[in-house]
Design a protein around this ligand. Structure first.
Ligand code: NAI
Length: 697
């Protein structure tokens, strides 16, 4: 039963019970309505208490019903809330923990609310590109005031119940109950059993002494912050409606705004990503109940750029880390960087000094492989050379305990080959972190041919613990993300050859929403890294044409921000990219060498060549089974490559443009003699989907 019913001391207790967070599914709503009727019909019942089983009061809408007709089927949430308001007996919401979205809206429809301290209260709809749709924008301002309510609604962030309870004059909580919440809630309900009229939030007054000025200010602030998202501005509008419309009119307006937002591309993208992120951890042939291995201690080989960041992830999650290096100096240097990172967080008041000490206390080092014998997971982050990896994995094979997971952070090397350096390829896996590894949320989990299922399950579970979003990739050059970015980079180079400046390309794609264009990105990452990769890669693929401009740039010593010059110039201590005449001259000269007359290229062409190059390569990746599903690719690009969130990732964007149109544009790009006609042949998967009138799923 999704809503349990029992009577205790003359009080009916309705317990929402739909794990994991008591999502307000159709079944739950039906059961709730029946239970409420039963309570009202029972003469022995004097009052009703609504509570949630397990770890939540209610997390709101049931995500399994997203987009299905069941989500709105009667009794819908609005009807349920109305039923609570109309109950002839007092209804008390007893909130012991999470009350979010529809869960909070349901509580706001009850006559009273009592809470335990520490409960998370939120209206997170804005994070899905929506506003609260069941009265949240109308009722919350009535109980905690306009400003506090708008902050909660526009941020979507949870706030602790005891903090809200401390607001002067707040009416969200009638009582904060320390100790046994249910006993307290029953006592409270009995106390109010005979009080009439029953208080309704809808009848409470709401206003702001400087309403016009305040809402103007709020709208300006939100507009500046929300840029490409319509929902936050609509939150302001809806809350303002609460101050100037009658309750029912405000509700009607809220509903209209909610429905209009639902079908905006931004909302569709955000909802897609919400589901995609949850789906990413599911691997088709790895059963969900696969038992993960225990990870109590982690070893990291190499204390360089990546090793240090990787170690921090585990320390932050309370997992002890031992780092192995070749020399003590390398350890001192690496640990110095880790400490500095933590100290910067302490200076910004994001971390307490005790936490810094605690984390550094969990970090140890060694120069001797034998010290890794008790590690459950060992992640290698040494130089990107197969010979070095071979030595490291042989050494690990000799000392690691049976069942220990041996992972490589390689970004370009063959994980199957690395696995073959050991006698336990089933325990070897790629864990490809992104730089800076302590910040970037993406983790590509590279599944070798022999990687065991429980190794994958373990790595997916531990990635959650260290707050990463993990996506599984098969073995291929560049895995999912870098294999696609190679095509994007090639297009960037061709655009320069055909007539663009680096800033024109960067500006166009940044206007599309990318955090950074390809040339600013190259300067940040270091142009020499790509140079080294190209030297290796294009020896192996002599027929794959690419623009030599990036090599010429490196020959000029313009490696990027670290040397103060790359595609752009940089002033010390600043990140502003200043166009450079020598770079433009180099590009112009290169065009002359190729015999190319530059042409004016539209922003639209720039954006679509860059983005659809990602899409076409991604379609091949899907066909080859390197990625399990299109939404995984979107997650990789959102969390690892700064793809605009409101466009939902390259595959979602292609779906929104329509695959027929995408294929047409690819065919047009094929006609460009300066581009790569072979590459632009739409991938067979795209052709198939177009023929079937379908999208990527
Ligand atoms: P790095 O040069 O900053 O650090 C490598 C560290 O490994 C150095 O401190 C070195 O002393 C140590 N080392 C080398 N050989 C060793 C050995 N045999 N035993 C113990 N320690 C040894 O390199 P970085 O950038 O941290 O890269 C490490 C790995 O991570 C490479 O495989 C790289 O491809 C990969 N990677 C790098 C990314 C980046 O953006 N830098 C992103 C993703 C992966």
């Amino acid at each position: 039963m999704t809503t349990r019913y029992e009577v205790r001391d003359g009080v009916a207790i309705l317990t929402l019970d739909n794990p994991p967070v008591n999502g307000l599914s159709y079944a739950l709503r039906v059961a709730f309505a029946e239970a409420l009727d039963k309570a009202n019909a029972d003469a022995a019942v004097k009052a009703v208490v609504v509570t949630g089983a397990g770890k939540a009061f209610s997390g709101g809408a049931d995500i399994k019903e997203f987009g299905s007709p069941k989500a709105a089927a009667e009794p819908n949430l609005l009807s349920l809330i109305r039923a609570c308001e109309l109950s002839s007996k007092p209804v008390v919401a007893a909130i012991h923990s999470v009350a979010m979205g529809g869960g909070l809206e349901l509580a706001l429809g009850c006559h009273y609310r009592v809470t335990a301290p520490g409960a998370n209260i939120a209206l997170p709809e804005v994070k899905l590109g929506l506003i609260p749709g069941a009265g949240g924008t109308q009722r919350l301002p009535r109980v905690i005031g306009v400003e506090a309510a708008l902050n909660i609604i526009v941020s979507g962030e949870p706030v602790k119940s005891e903090f809200i309870a401390s607001f002067p004059g707040q009416k969200l909580f009638d009582k904060v109950i320390e100790g046994d919440l249910m006993a307290g809630a029953i006592a409270f309900a009995l106390e109010r059993a005979d009080v009439r009229p029953l208080p309704l939030v809808r009848d409470m007054k709401v206003g702001h002494p400087e309403a016009d000025a305040y809402f103007k200010f709020a709208l300006n602030t939100v507009t500046a912050m929300a840029k490409n998202f319509p929902a936050p501005r609509k939150c302001v509008e809806a809350v303002q409606n609460a101050t100037r419309m009658k309750f029912d009119d405000g509700m009607k307006a809220e509903r209209e705004i909610f429905m209009n937002l639902m079908f905006t591309p931004e909302c569709v993208s955000l909802r897609h990503l919400f589901i995609a992120e949850r789906a990413a951890s599911k691997i088709p042939d790895v059963p969900e109940d696969t038992k993960p291995r225990d990870i109590k201690k982690v070893g990291v080989i190499g204390a360089g750029t990546m090793g240090g960041g990787i170690a921090m992830n585990f320390l932050n999650a309370g997992v002890p880390v031992i780092v192995l290096e070749m020399k003590q100096e390398a350890i001192d240097k690496g640990f110095g960087v880790i400490r500095k990172n933590y100290e910067a967080q302490v200076a910004k008041k994001k971390l307490k000094q005790e936490k810094l000490d605690e984390r550094m206390g969990m970090l140890t080092s060694t120069l001797d492989y034998a010290a890794l014998a008790d590690c459950d997971l060992i992640i290698e982050a040494v130089f990107e050379e197969i010979g070095v990896k071979e030595k490291v994995f042989q050494a690990l094979d000799a000392v690691a305990k049976p069942g220990a997971i041996l992972a490589s952070n390689t970004s370009t090397l063959d994980v199957n080959k690395i696995a073959s350096f050991t006698k336990r390829p089933q325990d070897v896996v790629g864990m490809h972190f992104f730089s800076p590894a302590n910040v970037m949320k993406l983790l590509e989990v590279v599944r070798g041919e022999k990687t065991a299922k429980d190794v994958l399950a373990t790595v997916m579970a531990i990635s959650k613990k260290i707050k990463k979003v993990a996506v599984v990739s098969g073995v291929c050059d560049g895995f999912i993300g870098n294999r696609m970015i190679e095509q994007y980079g090639r297009q960037g180079g061709f655009l320069l050859e055909e007539g663009c400046t680096p800033q024109q390309v960067d500006k166009a794609i940044e206007k599309f929403g990318f955090a950074m264009g390809p040339f600013r990105m190259g300067d940040l990452a270091g142009n020499d890294i790509g140079w080294a990769i190209r030297k290796r890669r294009y020896v192996e693929k002599p027929n794959l044409r690419y623009s030599k401009t990036a090599d010429l740039l490196c020959e000029m010593g313009r490696f990027g921000q670290k040397v103060g010059k790359g595609w752009y110039d940089y002033q010390a201590g600043k990140r502003d990219a200043i166009p450079n005449a020598e770079v433009e001259a180099m590009i112009a000269k290169h065009r002359e060498t190729l015999g190319v007359t530059p042409r004016k290229i539209s922003d639209d062409e720039i954006v679509h060549r860059l983005v659809f190059s990602l899409v076409n390569e991604a379609a091949h990746i899907l066909e080859e089974g390197i990625a399990n599903k299109a939404s995984d690719i979107d997650i990789v690009y959102i969390y690892g490559y700064g793809f605009p969130v409101y466009r939902g990732g390259p595959m979602n964007y292609a779906n929104q443009v329509g695959l027929f149109n995408v294929a047409q544009m690819m065919k047009k790009f094929q006609q460009n003699p300066l581009d790569d006609a072979k590459f632009w042949e739409p991938a067979p998967l795209i052709k198939k989907l177009v023929a079937e009138g379908k999208s990527f799923v």
